[in-house]
Write a protein that binds this ligand. Structure first.
Ligand SMILES: NC(=O)c1ccc[n+]([C@@H]2O[C@H](COP(=O)([O-])OP(=O)(O)OC[C@H]3O[C@@H](n4cnc5c(N)ncnc54)[C@H](O)[C@@H]3O)[C@@H](O)[C@H]2O)c1
Length: 250
């Protein structure tokens, strides 16, 4: 699958992340089909993509998205509860809950339905990508990568692209370019057995653990740590309170 051939993207799981991913992909010019389990969830996804704080309507109101651009993007998105409707997608971005067995089952089902040349990606927060690809055909494993977005997707620019030893360079390049077309900044990561998390969550987790140790050792309070990191290192929010930064008190 070449970058130019990717026209239609299947987003599997239309929750917090899937809705945002569908939104940025549609604005990026892709036809998008979102698959979730029931109509009620799909209605919530539609609402989040249009009406929420990070939705397209708000983007139009603040001048970040043109009115026509918004309408065109919405028109490019369809929704389904039937996985068979994804048969003709060129690329999948999976965003079902963080459960290894569930993700493996979802990919196995999709592998049987979707055309063999389509690329499969997962928005897992940290599972080893090779393990997620365990149940797909050998040929699909070359077309399988991680694509880790950050919450809220319409706002956070980073996307980690995770290549397994079987992911071809061509696949990693296509996934990277798709992310960039959707307005994201991409970072390349190697899949590593026995680990969890890629760059951002691992580095943040280490800093968060150290901050907690400072509290546990009685060296500083949560509030003082947040205040110092926000004003001393320009961290946009604190570890503990989420306060500060843009619109915050410091
Ligand atoms: N929330 C975050 O901040 C965040 C950030 C980065 C990555 N992630 C990762 O993204 C993934 C999704 O997280 P989320 O927060 O969007 O979860 P969520 O619970 O908000 O959404 C998951 C959606 O998947 C649907 N779903 C469940 N089983 C399904 C199936 N078999 N087929 C299709 N849809 C199905 C659910 O109905 C739900 O709408 C997880 O792997 C998570 O670790 C989350």
């Amino acid at each position: 699958m070449k970058f130019e051939d990717v026209k239609k993207i299947g987003v599997v799981g239309g929750g917090v992340m899937g809705g945002g991913i569908a939104q940025v992909m549609a604005i990026g010019g892709y036809d998008v089909i979102v698959r979730d389990l029931d109509d009620e969830t799909i209605e919530k996804t539609k609402d989040a993509m249009f009406e929420s704080k990070w939705g397209m309507k708000r983007s139009v109101e603040v001048g970040k998205l043109g009115f026509d651009q918004c309408n065109e993007a919405m028109a490019r998105v369809s929704f389904t509860t039937d996985p068979k409707d994804l048969a003709d997608v060129d690329m999948v971005i999976e965003a079902v809950p963080e459960d290894l067995e569930l993700k493996q089952k979802v990919f196995q089902e999709l592998d049987e339905i979707i055309k063999p040349e389509a690329i499969f990606t997962s928005n897992t927060s940290g599972y080893v990508i090779e393990e997620l690809a365990e149940n797909v055909l050998e040929s699909r494993k070359q077309l399988f990568a991680g694509m880790h977005f950050f919450n809220p997707v319409p706002v956070m620019k980073a996307v980690e692209i995770i290549a397994t030893p079987q992911t071809t360079d061509e696949t990693a390049e296509v996934v990277t370019k798709v992310g960039e077309k959707a307005g994201k900044v991409t970072g390349q990561v190697k899949d590593m057995p026995g680990t969890y998390g890629f760059i951002v969550n691992r580095v943040f987790g280490a800093a968060r653990r150290e901050a907690q140790k400072l509290v546990d050792d009685g060296i500083a309070t949560e509030e003082e740590i947040d205040k110092m990191m926000i004003t001393g290192r320009n961290w946009p929010v604190g570890f503990f309170s989420g306060r500060g930064g843009i619109g915050g008190q410091w």
